[in-house]
Design a protein around this ligand. Structure first.
Ligand code: LUZ
Ligand code: MOS
Length: 774
């Protein structure tokens, strides 16, 4: 890329709408840019701390015959080496299914599986000890392909089937039927802060852990189980994460538990921070999927029937894969209404690190397949995929395959808004023009609609709590179960409290997420963190408000019927300003011995799901949007650039435009990365080849689209969203799927006989092969 083009890229990124006022509050950014934000590895070390290193399996499957670490333990500085035999409680960290050890016992199931923990006075000693460990393993057959695993009946959890109408008989009514296979690969989370934890023993036989986790309670529960102690002896504290993306929803627990185990047994502080290559090797990624589809349309291009089977590559343990599998089924028809659907999903056990949550949680994998099916139908019929997409968009009253009836659909609105605003006709004509004039550069375009369900699919997880203290000087401390991981949830929580109290955001401090202040939390995940914790916080603040208002009525207004309000830090009675401001009010209230603290609880109403019939109403609401994506392919080299992404996104009534825009831009680029360049590669022995940033390519500032514009569709219909501001964390990632089809369309323009498959990521290698196959 030329230098001036690079400059242009950077300029366009800077041209996002300006940040101003409370709507642009970003509580964490100043700390990040000045280096003051505290991550696990920044916590001051205590006297006597030991460093942990993990000895992990060199092979993907085998029986451990012998492990010899006597010489390793004699290395100067090594304090102790821990094996599964040193675990006082259960050697079990599986969340949904109890199928995963903390430390391997007699068998290893994937390369990178932890076997031993080395605790040493310094990292060099631990590293030296690693090289002195001798292991003897009898190799067993290695499976890396989910279809091979399925053929051998190796499943992590029971298979699932969603069904509406009667697909089999509907196919006989169809004029056009197409069948094929679609595949998506994994994705490395690549959070900037690697996995890690710091633990120290506390009195009463307890332990405190600072963990880089999306799920503090999950870490607490796992530690208690492995140490064989009750949960009240385990305190987990989280300041913030340098990124999670789902990779720390469940998979932070192992490292937190290792640090806790060592601290608990040695009675010394212990720190376990993975290096980048250890993290890439030992942790699971987005689940790859291999899927079959069959789509049937009538002569008016209505999709009458859809049948699909998903083979999920779960890796060696269930982890969150059964829940991810479920979300794949929930999103298998994306934004479309299809009256007859049979969707089957298998979670297949392979000898890879257990795959896990990743932004979208199986949804993107399901959506890719229906988009491939529609594209297949369109190409075969010689029409534009957009015709079928638009025609079959869902409407209010439509029933989804899982029984939920669509309400307040913005699917068509987003589609029509984006195609109108950005003049889809002109974009299409410009591309036709360009392609006619250029022999070796071709442009392609695709539209990507998204409909994403908001709520944990597991109904029981949809709840949260918040604790608010108003201190006697008028300052406010807020604790919730929400974990800040760069998504801006702290800013939103501060805004909720400030708005509810009618005071400045400057008065509010957001505390760390801590299991002793807010217990039994669900992980910060499912795009639901601000909704669930925000609603709980709203409830807590309102309780304090009620006490304040009662005080104002009786003590200030003199017990008359009146309307009391606190706004801009001033007390109003019947819309008239009083002499009381927030600070003087709080002082008075405190003197009267009135409770200035409250705990709020929220659990999402309405939602339910019955797994025995696979029907219900699992989502509080859906988030909608549509993106137009254009790309240019260099047909000599097979390289490409994403020219533009224009998205219209339903953010509800956004309470923080800057944060929401950041989520959209980041999600889109992360989605494009998954679809185009990020290639997780394991060899047949189950060894990760793309094990460093030299071999695993992620989007950088120069590979973001040359133009990236997100327009919010301002809607206000959803009361289950916090202050009507709809969840925004995961949905934008799926716009990135459009990049795959835009590039593929350009390839087919160059070579109409191309056999390029629906196999993501569409890397330059695949593009080059697709450009020149006969
Ligand atoms: N985690 C989870 C999630 O446990 N359940 C979900 O439904 C979910 N959805 C998205 C992301 N994480
Ligand atoms: Mo997630 S994929 O941790 O919301």
């Amino acid at each position: 890329m030329l230098l001036d083009e690079k400059d242009k890229n950077i300029k366009q990124l800077q041209s996002s709408p300006p940040v101003s006022g409370a709507g642009g509050l970003n509580a964490d950014a100043p700390g990040h840019v000045t280096g003051k934000s505290i991550y696990v590895d920044d916590i001051p070390m205590m006297e006597g701390m030991v460093f942990l290193k993990i000895y992990d399996s060199p092979v993907a499957h085998g029986i451990i015959k012998a492990v010899d670490y006597t010489t390793a333990e004699q290395v100067d500085g090594v304090v102790k080496i821990f094996s599964y035999k040193d675990i006082p409680g259960e050697n079990q960290i599986g969340g949904i299914v109890a199928d995963e050890t903390l430390l391997a016992d007699t068998e290893v199931h994937f390369c990178g599986q932890p076997i031993l923990i080395i605790a040493a006075e310094n990292e060099d000693a631990a590293e030296e000890a690693i090289h002195k460990i001798k292991i003897e393993i009898d190799a067993l057959p290695v499976i890396t392909d989910p279809r091979v695993a399925f053929a051998q009946n190796k499943l992590l959890s029971p298979s699932r089937k969603f069904k509406i109408g009667d697909a089999a008989s509907a196919f006989t009514q169809c004029k056009h039927v197409f069948e094929g296979t679609a595949e998506t690969n994994g994705q490395e989370h690549l959070y900037l802060e690697t996995q890690g934890a710091y633990a120290y023993p506390t009195e009463h036989d307890s332990v405190k852990i600072f963990s880089s986790t999306q799920g503090p309670t999950q870490v607490q529960r796992t530690v208690a189980r492995v140490l064989g102690v009750s949960m009240n002896k385990v305190e987990v504290d989280v300041s913030r994460l340098g990124g999670g993306f789902g990779g720390k929803e469940d998979q932070a627990s192992a490292w937190g538990t290792m640090a806790a185990l060592v601290a608990y047994i040695l009675k010394r502080p212990a720190k376990c921070i993975l290096q980048r290559m250890e993290d890439m090797r030992m942790t699971g990624k987005r689940n790859p999927y291999s899927s079959d589809y069959k789509i049937g349309l009538d002569e008016d291009l209505n999709i009458l029937a859809y049948e699909t089977t998903f083979y999920q590559n779960g890796g060696a343990a269930a982890d969150l894969s059964p829940a991810i599998l479920e979300r794949t089924l929930f999103h298998c028809t994306n934004s479309y209404f299809i009256p007859n659907v049979t969707a089957t999903a298998h979670s297949c056990k392979t000898n890879l690190p257990p795959n896990t949550a990743f932004r979208g949680f199986g949804g993107p994998q399901g959506m890719f397949v229906i988009e491939a099916a529609i594209d297949h139908a369109a190409k075969s019929l010689g029409i534009d995929a957009t015709v079928i997409q638009r025609k079959n968009m869902m409407d209010d009253g439509n029933e989804l395959p899982y029984g939920q009836i669509i309400k307040n659909s913005e699917a068509r609105n987003c589609w029509d808004e984006v195609t109108g605003k950005y003049d889809i006709g002109k974009i299409r004509n410009d591309i036709i023009d360009f392609n006619a004039k250029n022999d070796f550069r071709k442009k392609g375009m695709a539209l990507m609609p998204v409909c994403f369900g908001i709520s944990f699919t597991n109904t029981m997880m949809n709840h949260a709590r918040a604790l608010v203290h108003v201190y006697s000087d008028g300052s406010v401390g807020v604790s919730t179960g929400a974990v800040e991981m760069g998504q801006g949830v702290n800013s939103k929580m501060i805004q909720v409290a400030a708005k509810t109290f009618g005071i400045s955001t400057d008065r509010i401090k957001l505390e760390t997420t801590n299991t002793t202040r807010v217990a039994n939390t669900s992980p910060s995940a499912a795009s639901s963190t601000a909704d669930l914790n925000g609603k709980a916080l709203l409830h807590a603040c309102n309780q304090v408000n009620e006490r304040l208002h009662a005080f104002i009525k009786t003590e200030i207004a003199g017990n008359i019927e009146c309307i009391v309000e606190i706004r801009d830090e001033r007390v109003y009675i019947n819309d008239e300003a009083t002499v009381y401001n927030w600070k003087s009010l709080i002082q008075q209230v405190f003197m009267k011995r009135i409770n200035l603290s409250a705990k709020g609880h929220y659990s999402t109403p309405v939602i339910h799901f019955d797994k025995t019939i696979e029907k219900g109403h699992p989502f509080a609401y859906h988030v909608y949007g549509t993106a137009i994506i254009t790309a240019t392919v260099d047909c000599l080299r097979g390289t490409y650039e994403i020219d533009a992404v224009y998205a219209v996104h339903d953010a509800g009534t956004s309470i923080n435009h800057a944060v929401d825009l950041g989520q959209c831009e980041g999600g889109i680029v992360q989605g494009i990365g998954w679809m185009t360049m990020e290639e997780v590669v394991y060899n047949d022995e189950g060894r990760l080849l793309s094990n460093a940033l030299s071999t695993y390519k992620i989007p950088d500032i120069y590979s973001v689209p040359k133009e990236l514009t997100v327009q919010f569709l301002n809607t206000d219909k959803n009361n289950l969203a916090i202050l009507k501001s709809k969840a925004v964390g995961e949905p934008p990632l799926m716009y990135g799927i459009g990049a795959f089809f835009a590039i593929r369309n350009a390839v087919i323009t160059f070579n109409p006989a191309s056999t390029i498959k629906y196999n993501a990521p569409i890397t330059p290698e695949k593009v080059l092969m697709g450009l020149y196959n006969q």
